[in-house]
Design a protein around this ligand. Structure first.
Ligand code: MF3
Ligand code: CO
Ligand code: CO
Length: 256
């Protein structure tokens, strides 16, 4: 058996930096600031703590993190657009330290948001955590997707099909694909030492997405709201480890 403890130690450091970046942003995200400012804060925090931002220059991406507002499903590009009261935003941070990647995202609510929106966000977080809690060697990738899909569809929401979680270690995106929908007892079997993300994108309406002309921004086709959370994880001898847990207990909104 290959020894993965060294890899896990490095994933822990990178994951922790990404999580602390979101913790810092939690205390700064408020109505009136631009997503470019969120990007700048994230860029500087990661740089000042011994890492760099993986998204910057990744396949031509020009910013350091992703900011996906309201009906944006994922990969929203920071801009001079201003955050307003009632908006929801996913911030997705990927830090690299010592060649290892930590990839994590959380939702933020600006001021008061509706019960429906809060339910969508809660269900998205819950679906991710339910699928994490079952992780152990011998489980199959399809079991992860099944756990998320069955929970989400019972709530009347839908699971985006066009994007998935991914293997991650010394590269940003590597095999296997981790689908957020699927059938029990199907797909690749989990083994100790595997490291990957789970990052369900959940829509209040239908799952169909549309790509904007910038080549990155994915939005819901029916303009319904979308939510996402992401953790980077490792499979251990008898369970799992979350590398990107908040240090301050900022798991999901409301945070403060
Ligand atoms: N962080 C995203 C993920 O979870 C990927 C962003 S790629 C970027 O996989 F170029 F858009 F930043
Ligand atoms: Co990811
Ligand atoms: Co990510």
């Amino acid at each position: 058996m290959n020894n993965y403890l060294e890899k896990f130690e490095k994933m822990r450091v990178a994951g922790n930096l990404a999580a602390r970046t979101l913790d810092m942003l939690t205390e700064n995200i408020k109505p009136g600031i631009t997503t470019d400012y969120v990007d700048k804060l994230g860029y500087e925090f990661i740089r000042d703590h011994g890492g760099y931002s993986a998204p910057l220059y990744y396949r031509g991406f020009k910013k350091s993190l992703c900011t996906s507002l309201n009906h944006v499903v994922c990969h929203g590009i920071p801009s001079d657009g201003v955050l307003s009261e009632g908006d929801t935003i996913n911030v997705d941070v990927t830090a690299v330290v010592d060649e290892h990647y930590g990839d994590t995202s959380r939702m933020f609510c600006l001021g008061e948001t509706s019960v429906k929106v809060n339910n969508l966000i809660d269900a998205t977080y819950e679906s991710m955590m339910k699928s994490i809690k079952i992780l152990k060697p011998g489980l199959k990738l399809g079991d992860i997707g099944y756990e998320i899909q069955s929970f989400i569809e019972k709530k009347g929401f839908s699971v985006v099909r066009d994007f998935c979680g991914h293997g991650i270690s010394t590269t940003f995106h590597e095999p296997p694909n981790v689908l957020h929908y699927g059938r029990k007892d199907s797909g690749m079997e989990l083994k100790p030492g595997m490291t990957f993300t789970i990052e369900p994108m959940i829509n209040a309406g239908k799952w169909d997405i549309k790509m904007l002309n910038d080549g990155w921004t994915a939005v819901t086709k029916d303009k319904s709201l979308s939510a996402q959370f992401e953790h980077t994880l490792g499979i251990t001898e008898n369970g799992y480890e979350i590398f990107t847990e908040s240090v301050k207990g900022y798991a999901k909104p409301p945070y403060l």
